[in-house]
Design a protein around this ligand. Sequence first.
Ligand code: F3S
Length: 63
Amino acid sequence: MKVKVDKDQCIGCGICEGVCPQVFKMNNENIAEVIVDSVNQQDKEAVKEAADSCPVEAIKIEE
Ligand code: F3S
């Protein structure tokens, strides 16, 4: 599974990093970045939870 953050949509709320810091990290501009090439099996549920929790739906999951 792959995941992306739409930088134009992200408002920097930081929920994704809080839910799944293994995959999401806030950058210097307070925009979330994905720090892995692909999501581990064990992180999938947390990534889905982060995507569901993002208030602007900036997290895009690609199966
Ligand atoms: Fe941005 Fe959404 Fe994460 S607004 S910081 S991608 S939860």
